[in-house]
Write a protein that binds this ligand. Structure first.
Ligand SMILES: O=C(O)CCC(=O)C(=O)O
Length: 401
């Protein structure tokens, strides 16, 4: 009997309990047991089987069921293609052995200079921090979380209207893993990615069940984003966030709705693999489940980012690392898969405009500091990122001198 790496039966060899075949509409019916299911409840079976890994890929990636669909079949063993190499799995002992924690910063502190300093220090030392009392109401956060669940609870035939092949807009994409065609091992995550072009475009093409909430969430977060960028900019000698700087720091935005379903063997895979973001800043809303881990620059340990109700997790992205000539750090992070709970998160990637040229800011190098990055067109940088699988901090080498 074949045993997969890590001592778990691979899906292709686990005991055949039920054989599932797809309906034409992509849902599933039982072949052997339990008689006929009514349409719509057919995927609520407890055990399933795929005879080979290609069937899993067909079901998850090509038919648009995602890992949520796979998880809901009651699958008992992780399919081979989700088994990560040993060194990529997040072994819990690394996490438990450290008492390091990313800073939690109260933005309502009346001493604004203290807030600004805490944010800039965290951007330099951690590349990550959480903010509380940030001015975005709990209702807006709760609404976008509910909208995320609504979208992922849609039947597969509705969600798959937004796959790369079928979506009516290149700015709206429902997908799974990170880059399934480029990855040796897949990631246990589904997502809906919404690139903002205009209110009109969004209202025409974003899914009805979540568009108002996602737009509201993005719009209501913009004041906080501007404030964070003002603090970070001032510390780099950028006097004000004028039109040019706005376009460079926050000229485009993407909202992602992420869904991490329950995983049969969470220790063997990842929700999201090691990577840094290509954004200038990422604003992340997570639910109460947890699982995000950040690489400590000081120790190299993986540090858990505990959910703090009502907070945002903020991180510096590669574009800001490049603009600040390496002063602010875009740090590796990853997400654990979870064996007992579904998890959602809703990041806003705050980016330069695609056509912007990014390189160390004149304000940073005017005092004679040696630039360590060259100028690159932002869309070239992003294209390079998406062409490959997640690979830690390697993307930024693209812009290294
Ligand atoms: O879900 C999370 O906590 C982080 C997600 C993330 O790193 C990403 O979407 O790039």
């Amino acid at each position: 009997m074949h045993v997969a790496t890590g001592g778990v039966l691979s899906v292709s060899t686990a005991t055949l309990l039920l054989r599932m075949t797809p309906w034409e509409d992509g849902t599933f019916k039982e072949k052997k047991k339990g008689g006929k299911k009514k349409h719509g409840e057919s995927h609520k079976v407890s055990t399933t089987q795929f005879s080979d890994p290609a069937e899993v890929t067909e079901f998850v990636v090509n038919q648009g069921n995602g890992v949520k669909g796979l998880s809901e079949t009651g699958i008992k063993a992780l399919p081979d293609q989700y088994i990560q190499p040993f060194e990529e799995r997040l072994i819990n002992k690394f996490v438990n052995e450290t008492d390091e924690a990313i800073p939690v910063i109260d933005m309502s502190n009346p001493d604004e200079s203290k807030v600004a300093k805490a944010i800039c220090d965290a951007a330099e030392k951690w590349g990550f921090f959480q903010v509380i009392n940030h001015g975005v109401s709990l209702a807006v956060l709760d609404n976008v979380k509910a909208a995320t669940h609504r979208f992922f609870n849609l039947p597969v035939e509705e969600k798959s209207k937004y796959t790369k092949e079928k979506s009516l807009s290149t700015n709206v994409r429902f997908g799974t893993s990170f880059s399934p065609r480029a990855e040796k091992a897949l990631e246990w995550k589904d997502y809906l990615s919404l690139f903002f072009v205009s209110e009109t475009e969004a209202s025409q093409f974003w899914p009805d069940v979540c568009k108002n909430e996602a737009l509201d969430y993005m719009n209501k977060s913009t004041t906080m984003v501007r404030k964070l960028l003002e603090y970070l900019g001032k510390n780099l000698n950028v006097k004000e966030l004028d039109e040019t700087k706005e376009s460079l720091f926050m000229g485009s935005m993407r909202v992602n709705l992420n869904y991490y379903p329950i995983c049969p063997n969470p220790d063997l895979t990842v929700g999201v693999g090691r990577h840094s973001d290509v954004s200038s800043l990422t604003i992340l809303l997570q639910d109460q489940i947890g699982g995000l881990h950040v690489r400590s620059l000081a120790s190299g340990n993986w540090v858990h980012v505990p959910p703090v109700p009502g907070s945002f997790v903020i991180n510096i992205g590669d574009a800001m690392q490049i603009l600040s000539n390496g002063r602010y750090k875009s740090v590796e992070h990853r997400v654990l898969a979870n064996g007992s709970n579904n998890r959602i998160s809703v990041p806003i990637f705050v980016n330069p405009k695609p056509e912007s040229v990014i390189g160390p800011l004149p304000e940073v190098i005017e005092n004679g500091e040696e630039p360590i990055y060259r100028d690159v067109v932002y869309s070239d940088y992003v294209r390079y990122f998406f062409k490959k699988a997640h690979d830690g901090k390697k993307t930024v080498d693209f812009a290294k001198i």
